[in-house]
Every structure is written in structure tokens, then in C-alpha cells.
Write a protein that binds this ligand. Structure first.
Ligand SMILES: [Zn+2]
Length: 144
């Protein structure tokens, strides 16, 4: 499955939920889990999974451990826009998405997350979805 994340690699850290206290935690050096599948009689096929491993650290409860999360299911910054999931790597990415969607300027070169914005599904860019999308992103950003 081609996901937004494996089209262009991962950032150095992403925001997720702490498995211990459920607060916002950072997952640093996220690495997408790759599995080799197929029958034993043939060369195996490399499959990019939706799972990511990295070092989790939580500022609230102090938990530090290596974890495996599912992306974007475990993204801290995520929301629903008319039945479509929108997510962000972290708060700065969520702010960049909001500014991009809110603006009618579609020149992504001027944006910090230009590659991520380039891959944003068309649904979120449509003018009829703009208000709902910005509202959802504002709610995500206000989470802290
Ligand atoms: Zn915690």
C-alpha cells in the first residue's frame, strides 16, 4: 500500500500518544517497518507496512522506550474532514497544513513542508471543503 508517508520518507520526529499516560509524546528517528512476504518457493516481496518504530519520549510521565506504532492511526494530530482522515507529523506540520488550505495561494515552494503539502490529497484542497478542513486543523492545533 502506498501511503503519504512512504512517498517521501519520514521527518526526524513525529507526535504520537504516550502508551502509558496517553499524553502527547515524541517518536524520534521513526523508521517504517518493512516486511518480506511471499511463498517460500519464490523470492520474497518487500512490503512497506503502516507500522513505524522509533524512540518514544514523553515529557509528562517521563517514559522513554523503543516502540512500534501504526501510522496514521496513532498520530497525535489527526482529525476528520467529512469522513476523510487528515493528519500531521507534528504541530508545526498541522499549522503549515492549515495555512496552506486556508490560503488560495497554491505555490508550495514557499511553504516549509512543501513536499508534504504536495502530496496532500485533492479532497482537502477543494474550496467546498476548505472551511471544514481549516476548522478541523484549528481543533488539532489547539490540542497543544
Ligand atoms: Zn506519558
Amino acid at each position: 500500500m502506498t501511503t503519504l508517508s512512504n512517498l517521501y520518507g519520514w521527518p526526524n520526529s513525529v507526535s504520537t500518544h504516550c502508551p502509558q499516560c496517553k499524553s502527547k509524546a515524541s517518536l524520534t528517528k521513526p523508521q517504517q517497518v518493512i516486511e518480506m512476504i511471499g511463498p517460500s518457493t519464490r523470492p520474497l516481496t518487500k512490503v512497506h507496512t503502516d507500522f513505524v518504530e522509533g524512540g518514544l519520549s514523553c515529557l509528562k510521565c517521563g517514559l522513554v522506550k523503543k516502540v512500534r506504532i501504526q501510522w496514521p492511526v496513532d498520530a497525535f494530530y489527526q482529525g476528520d474532514v467529512k469522513g476523510n482522515l487528515i493528519w500531521a507529523w507534528d504541530k508545526y506540520h498541522a499549522i503549515a497544513l492549515r495555512d496552506y488550505v486556508f490560503s488560495t495561494e497554491r505555490d508550495i515552494q514557499s511553504h516549509r513542508y512543501s513536499r508534504a503539502l504536495f502530496h496532500l490529497p485533492e479532497f482537502f484542497k477543494r474550496s467546498k471543503n476548505r472551511t471544514a478542513c481549516v476548522k478541523t486543523l484549528e481543533k488539532m492545533i489547539s490540542k497543544f
